[in-house]
Design a protein around this ligand. Structure first.
Ligand code: 6PG
Length: 257
């Protein structure tokens, strides 16, 4: 089965240049196509790899005013909390461009986790209705232009953790968990159908601690091993592109390298 394109980089500098080049390219293409760029971010080191976007030449090339920013997952904490992905991306990236993106989704931490998930999904449904976010042709899902994901060494992506029931949610776009194995425990996350309906999905993972999960996510394995125990393995955009960005240590267990 096609596991997408694999880009193994010599070092982190090269990786981040390639990543921002790619983001700038998809941003331009999406804006040409439908007047907006709907980009989905995740937490972790991903945001630091995007840092070059606020440096020349990208800071001027990218049409920030047409960016709509979403989260693949978010911790249900205040926007100003140190554990908030919103704060991480805002402090390190989004507040540093001279033109603030058009729209940045943030979650409501004053309600229950379940309500926060419902509200986030409702906000996205409105944006699909007004056609800011594209709709998928063959499923009841939004079609984001680009979903950027990190990956944990256990193979989790967004807040979809190994063997967690959230992996099996099919009818909601956003689900919630109160028992995340990685703190903080209360989180909301995109479900697999949303991730797999995107036009472009990118997974970025670096360092040797990710090598085994990369191997399990990408290489051909006996069926028994390719189950819910490795969430990154379940990424299969049904009508979109998948690219894995990694450094050599993260790629060191791949069969083809
Ligand atoms: C979280 C983290 C997590 C992170 C991955 C990869 O919500 O607990 O943000 O999901 O994205 O563990 O992170 P690194 O790239 O920093 O290893």
């Amino acid at each position: 089965k096609d596991r997408g394109e694999i880009r193994v980089h010599e070092n982190l500098e090269e990786l981040s240049i390639d990543l921002v080049d790619y983001i700038a390219e998809i941003s331009e293409a999406s804006i040409k196509e439908h007047g907006a760029f709907c980009i989905v971010l995740s937490g972790g080191s991903l945001i630091s790899f995007m840092g070059k976007l606020i440096e020349p030449p990208y800071d001027k090339i990218v049409d920030w005013a047409k960016w709509y920013v979403f989260w693949a997952d978010e911790r249900v904490v205040a926007k100003s909390h140190d554990e908030s992905n919103y704060k991480l991306a805002k402090d390190n990236l989004l507040s540093k461009v001279n033109v603030f993106p058009r729209h940045i989704c943030s979650i409501n931490d004053t309600v229950s986790v379940e309500e926060a998930a419902t509200e986030y999904e409702f906000a996205i449904r409105q944006m699909v209705r007004t056609r800011t976010v594209a709709a998928s042709d063959n499923s009841d899902s939004p079609r984001f232009d680009l979903i950027l994901l990190g990956m944990g060494s256990d193979g989790h992506v967004a807040s979809l953790f190994p063997n967690h029931p959230a992996l099996e949610v099919k009818d909601d776009w956003v689900t919630f968990l109160t028992d995340s194995p990685k703190p903080p425990p209360e989180r909301i996350t995109f479900t697999l159908p949303v991730i797999n309906s995107a036009a472009n999905v990118v997974v970025v993972a670096t360092g040797e601690s990710k090598a085994n999960a990369m191997h399990l996510a990408i290489d051909d394995l006996p069926l028994a091993e390719s189950s819910l125990s490795l969430p990154a393995r379940l990424i299969h955009p049904s009508n979109g592109n998948l690219i894995w960005f990694m450094d050599k240590p993260a790629g060191s267990k791949l069969e083809r390298f």
